[in-house]
Design a protein around this ligand. Structure first.
Ligand code: BGC
Length: 385
């Protein structure tokens, strides 16, 4: 008898919990037109199938990713009023990425994220020559880097997308056949997690990242200088005029680069400072304060007082490139015909330091055969009222 009563109580408690949880999050219709997006992205490129893949959680967070460049095309999060807001820049169709993009919107970047000085490096006695696609330097793996390749779709369900890519020995000048796997996962804790893995058959250099451009006021809004930013970094890489790190990292204290306490991005972005001038704003490598070298520590927090949207970044990487969208100048027209103007987005690209292959004192980016490259970055979204 007692056992039955107990079972009845447990059963009604379960119903109560179910009712409570279903009443807290009301499922909203998607603001992404999946039929139109599928039509705009489903194509064959160089004999390989390109498509668009959706992830969704119970809190109305949605992500759309194409396997062309492994690009995050849309990232929709509810703002403080519950209004779904797309917070990444991008294009309405695949053709636009192929024809117009030089900004790496939402892309997976490799084989080497950011710059390699004079587009060349030495490894084990050999000199490797890369394409100079950014003044004298190599940027983001070269013109046909991973951002412009069709990735294989290994697995897709509502919560994750696994992509793989074989970068052949000699592609864009890099040595070794590099097998890369990237897993995008959307959790019920509103985390977009990106796991990177790679292995090679010949010593090479690897530095993988994602190049999402965020505007927490909603993509296409005018500026991100009104966002509040914290970066958990006591040092950053001062750069030369071609944005190559000029030696060992220096202290942020007392400079416009001190984001250890949250401040508006715009607060010191126009300061008369040689480093701000070199970057035309912020375009620098911040060296993260770590608990242990590969720990998945908090790297940054961003907040928009307009939408209340917050973004926390966690990474196993030693550094992060904070780029304040200085090269956006209104010539790129993105999703929904929005004009992407100067500083209308920011990037927080988790990474090893730029130009590591030429700077032996930096943490190594060399991957040897038999070793596994592994790295994780998480972007977590929320609201602050
Ligand atoms: C670089 C910028 C560059 C941007 C887009 C960033 O990672 O640091 O200098 O303009 O990517 O290519």
């Amino acid at each position: 008898m007692k056992k039955l009563q107990l079972m009845a109580i447990v059963a009604s408690a379960t119903i109560l919990i179910q009712c409570t949880s279903s009443s807290t999050t009301v499922e909203q219709p998607s603001i992404l037109d999946s039929t139109a997006l599928q039509a705009a992205y489903t194509q064959t490129v160089n004999g390989k199938n390109v498509g668009i893949y959706f992830l969704k959680n119970a809190n109305n967070v949605e992500v759309a990713i194409t396997n062309y460049g492994g690009r995050v095309v849309a990232l929709v999060v509810p703002d403080k009023t519950g209004t779904p807001t797309d917070i990444v820049l991008g294009y309405d169709s695949l053709a636009h990425y192929q024809n117009r993009n030089e900004a790496y919107f939402g892309a997976l970047i490799g084989r080497y994220g950011n710059r390699i000085a004079k587009a060349s490096f030495n490894l084990n006695g050999n000199t490797y020559q890369l394409a100079a696609n950014n003044g004298p330097n190599s940027l983001h793996g070269g013109p046909m880097g991973f951002h412009n390749q069709v990735w294989d779709v290994v697995n897709h369900d509502d919560h994750s997308l696994t992509l793989s890519y074989l970068s052949k020995d000699g592609e864009e000048g890099y040595p070794g056949n590099l097998t890369v796997k990237v897993i995008y996962t959307l959790t019920e804790a509103n985390e977009l997690k990106i796991d990177y893995e790679a292995s090679t058959d010949k010593a090479t250099v690897v530095n993988l990242t994602n190049h999402a451009y965020f505007n927490l006021n909603g993509q296409g809004n005018e500026t991100i200088t009104d966002h509040e930013l914290m970066i958990n970094a006591s040092k950053y890489s001062a750069v030369d005029s071609t944005l190559i790190p000029a030696g060992a990292p220096v202290a942020v204290a007392g400079t416009p680069f001190d984001f250890t306490t949250a401040k508006l991005i715009g607060k010191e972005i126009n300061t008369d400072d040689i480093q701000i001038k070199n970057g035309l704003g912020y375009d620098h490598n911040f060296v993260l304060n770590k608990t242990t070298s590969n720990a998945l520590d908090k790297a940054a927090t961003v907040f928009s007082s307009v939408t209340g949207i917050t973004m926390d970044v966690f990474t196993t990487e030693p550094a992060i490139q904070f780029y304040s969208g200085n090269f956006l100048d209104g010539t790129l027209i993105g999703k929904g015909n929005k004009k992407y103007g100067h500083r209308s987005a920011f990037c927080l690209e988790t990474q090893h330091y730029p130009d590591s292959p030429n700077q032996p004192d930096f943490p190594s980016t060399v991957l040897e055969p038999g070793k596994k490259y592994q790295s994780t970055t998480i972007y977590t979204f929320g609201v602050r009222k």
